[in-house]
Design a protein around this ligand. Structure first.
Ligand code: PAF
Length: 288
């Protein structure tokens, strides 16, 4: 498997591959890879000749220094896991902070038509400027034909689509459905940091989302939100940060839903962020 630490070397290599007619898929990651990432890589390999996987814990998207420091870094294990998918069609790009940011680790400032102010944007200050900055730079370095993102970070996916649209970036963005453990917990690199008791209780998050989806057929967004809040009040091991039913196009909270949610074009989705001890987990579910 080819590995690069330096953006110039990677760009030169990709140029040669493209000149030979290869198409390039791209899976940006922060490492600590799991099967969810592998499904993105596998889809990328089905649709492209080569897939570049970047492994970079991007400092500018963290608003919490402790979360950045504790973020798992497992590059050797990540490479071994990727080899189980392909040894010769995957390229790993694992740059240093300096390779990406030079001497100034700073975000650019972006606007994403208001998508950036909702949910994760409201609770993690500057997060989407950090994500926009790293993704734009990585797209410039990797020059992929298509890039693959998981729907677990649904807001991030919508924002990256907006970034591509507003900045006219020549890359197709492909969203991939959430990969879950058998008990329903959405796969996340942060899951490895859960204590055994928090890991055991964490599937409550998805179970609550599924019940919220059932309730939303007959109840209002407010009634469903109140019910979810009550469930978490009764669960001392999990602390609800937010539960929001939002319109998929704008990501704004739904105040008034239509009478029959299954017979209209407007798409609703429920989003949740929960602390399990000091580990922050997010998840979401389509409601119609
Ligand atoms: O979803 C992630 O892992 C990160 O936000 C991403 C897209 C790799 C950017 O750092």
């Amino acid at each position: 498997m080819e590995k690069f630490k330096n953006k110039k070397d990677l760009s030169t290599h990709v140029k040669v591959l493209k000149a030979q007619g290869s198409t390039i898929g791209f899976v940006p990651t922060m490492g600590a890879l799991h099967f969810g990432h592998l499904t993105l890589v596998t889809k990328g390999l089905r649709e492209n000749d080569i897939v570049v996987v970047s492994v970079f814990v991007n400092p500018t998207q963290f608003d919490n220094e402790e979360d950045l420091v504790k973020y798992p870094r497992t590059l050797e294990a990540d490479i071994e896991l990727l080899k189980t998918v392909s040894k010769d069609k995957i390229i790993v790009y694992a740059p240093s902070d300096k390779d990406i940011y030079g001497n100034t680790i700073e975000s650019e400032v972006f606007t994403f038509d208001g998508l950036e102010f909702e949910m994760e944007g409201a609770f993690r200050h500057g997060h989407f400027d950090g994500v926009g900055t790293i993704i734009k730079r990585l797209f410039e370095i990797v020059t992929p034909d298509a890039a693959y993102f998981g729907e677990k970070d649904f807001q991030q996916l919508q924002i990256i689509k907006k970034l591509v649209e507003l900045h006219h970036l020549p890359v197709k963005i492909v969203g991939c459905s959430i990969h879950r453990a058998e008990d329903g917990l959405a796969m996340s690199s942060r899951n490895t940091r859960l204590s055994p008791e928090h890991r055991e209780i964490a599937p409550t998050i998805y179970n609550t989302l599924k019940s919220a989806k059932d309730k939303f057929s007959t109840k209002s967004a407010k009634e469903v939100s109140d019910w979810v809040t009550k469930q978490f009040r009764e669960q001392p091991l999990l602390e609800l940060e937010y539960f929001i039913i939002a319109d998929v196009a704008t990501l704004k909270p739904v105040k008034q839903k239509s009478l029959d949610i299954h017979k209209e074009n407007r798409k609703y989705r429920a989003f949740i962020a929960v602390y399990a001890g000091d580990v922050r987990l997010i998840d979401n579910i389509a409601l119609n």
